[in-house]
Design a protein around this ligand. Structure first.
Ligand SMILES: [Zn+2]
Length: 199
């Protein structure tokens, strides 16, 4: 029910903004100096994935958002960014959270479909969050990583009316058809869900 009430009003806001911008766009020779906000999550750094590694879309109008999917990178923060920027890798996530300080980087806009779940249906209906670390190296799951990731997930859930529970905040391993095991047995789900609900 929340969705039905919140989405039309957001849509009206977006349409209003688009109409307000129209006269400037029609000016001859006008340059597009006013860039739209690059990030969906305030405070996130914007380091985009290559357009070859995600599907442009118009969510939540093109697809409803039902899930947040939690990943662990099995690579460093820097390497993960380079993978997202490599058109041959065919992989991306909306967000990447850095281990040492919980720094949040956005790589794909939430309206677009990132390629992270290994399942097209789940990709279309989810936000993918990667966490710097390895499933068998729990020291990478720092307090800062848990706390900043939980704040991000809470904001995503609030924005799309996604319930803050384990039926909607999934591990990659829970996506049907996947052979991935992340975030693995060292990920503290009880702590994470608690943090998301009290963020
Ligand atoms: Zn994964």
């Amino acid at each position: 029910m929340e969705r039905a009430q919140s989405f039309p009003s957001r849509r009206r806001l977006l349409k209003g903004a688009a109409l307000a911008a129209l006269p400037y766009a029609l000016l001859p020779g006008a340059k597009a100096t006013a860039q739209p906000a690059a990030v969906d999550y305030p405070g996130a750094e914007w380091i985009p994935a290559t357009g070859s590694n995600y599907t442009a879309s118009d969510r939540p109008y093109s697809y409803e958002l039902d899930y947040v999917i939690i990943h662990v990178t099995q690579a460093s923060y820097v390497t993960t960014l380079s993978i997202f920027q490599n058109p041959q890798k065919k992989v991306s996530a909306h967000y990447l959270v850095r281990s040492a300080d919980g720094h949040v980087t956005q790589c794909v806009r939430e309206r677009d479909v990132a390629w992270h779940a290994g399942n097209w249906d789940y990709n279309t209906r989810s936000i993918g969050i990667e966490h710097e670390g390895w499933i068998d190296r729990p020291a990478y799951f720092t307090d800062a990583l848990y706390e900043e990731s939980a704040r991000l997930t809470a904001a995503v859930c609030d924005r799309y009316g996604i319930p803050k529970d384990r039926a909607h905040i999934l591990g990659h391993y829970e996506v049907p058809g996947t052979d991935h095991t992340d975030p693995g047995p060292n990920w503290d789900w009880t702590r994470y869900i608690r943090l998301v609900n009290f963020a």
